[in-house]
Design a protein around this ligand. Structure first.
Ligand code: AMP
Ligand code: ZN
Ligand code: FE
Ligand code: FE
Length: 279
């Protein structure tokens, strides 16, 4: 039996509503899923309500973009409920920061000769965590790029012509606030991290020492042999090997719930071990 601990809905930049994500996961008999939208827990109540009537567990989660000594990392936080709390109050600030950054990007696009407006962007967003994928959708709708991939490659990607930075938590603050909120953390898609002068292993160790619970070894876009290798590193360091597809519906073509590109299996034990790390 398998789980998928990394999924997005249209509460952020996925394309399916939270309840549909749960239904699709139940239809392929996953034991449990985590909904991990970017910077928001607003999809969780709907997902929990739908899961309550199906033989599947819904783990409330969120994905954060954090900074650790200048290194950019995505952090998954699990077992964080949509209610007031230390992490939750930061999520609200992060969404405000997104708004400021999104306006900057739209202004840069206008200067570059792409005359889209914030209203055009907002038409593509169903939730409260609005970001570059929605800006990409507005560019696609206007016929200015073919798809999200081209929008990121040509304009919106990190360091791209229309790129702008947004506020980030430090990794340490994200871990500490998640712990204070009753949750646990795992580093998302570790092989996408550029560790710069540092090494991935030393980053894992630094963050383990402030309370990190796991690393996302079983990630759909990591080659299978490297998933196994990362699970070994996790075991070595006393961390849980977590995993997920990072399915965004049609927002990232080719990635399916539960199976990723077809070869992903995240064992139930990943969730069971994560559960033992709850504060
Ligand atoms: P933001 O959080 O608003 O800065 O946007 C970054 C998000 O866009 C990432 O977390 C991905 O989910 C998504 N993304 C990044 N690159 C691409 C791409 N090439 N195509 C589609 N979505 C992407
Ligand atoms: Zn995303
Ligand atoms: Fe991510
Ligand atoms: Fe993600």
């Amino acid at each position: 039996m398998a789980v998928d601990l990394h999924l997005h809905s249209n509460a952020s930049d996925g394309t399916d509503p939270p309840g549909i994500v749960v239904q699709k996961a139940a239809a392929i008999h996953l034991t449990a899923i985590a909904l991990t939208d970017h910077d928001t827990l607003s999809g969780i109540p709907e997902a929990q309500a739908v899961a309550a009537d199906l033989p599947i567990e819904l783990v409330p989660g969120v994905e954060l973009s954090v900074d650790h000594d200048g290194v950019k990392i995505h952090m998954l936080a699990y077992f964080v409920e949509p209610e007031p709390g230390p992490l939750q109050e930061r999520l609200e600030m992060l969404r405000v920061g997104r708004g400021v950054r999104n306006l900057e990007i739209v202004e840069k696009l206008n200067q570059l000769g792409y005359p889209i407006t914030m209203d055009d962007v907002l038409r593509h967003a169903a939730g409260d965590a609005i970001g570059r994928p929605h800006i990409a959708d507005a560019l696609v709708e206007a016929g200015m790029v073919a798809d999200r991939t081209e929008a990121f490659a040509e304009l919106l990607g990190d360091g791209g012509r229309a790129y702008a930075e947004r506020d980030r938590l430090t990794a340490t603050e994200a871990i500490m606030r998640t712990t204070e909120s009753g949750g646990v953390t795992s580093i998302a898609h570790p092989l996408t991290i550029d560790p710069g002068e540092s090494t991935l292993r030393s980053i894992f160790e630094d963050l383990r020492d402030v309370g990190l619970a796991g690393i996302e070894a079983y990630y759909s876009q990591h080659p299978p042999h490297l998933r196994t290798q990362l699970a070994g590193v996790a075991a070595d360091l006393g961390l849980v090997a977590t995993g997920g597809s990072d399915c965004h519906g049609t927002g990232k073509p080719g990635l399916a719930i539960g199976t990723g590109r077809g070869d992903l299996v995240v064992p139930d034990s990943a969730l069971e071990e994560l559960r033992t790390r709850r504060p």
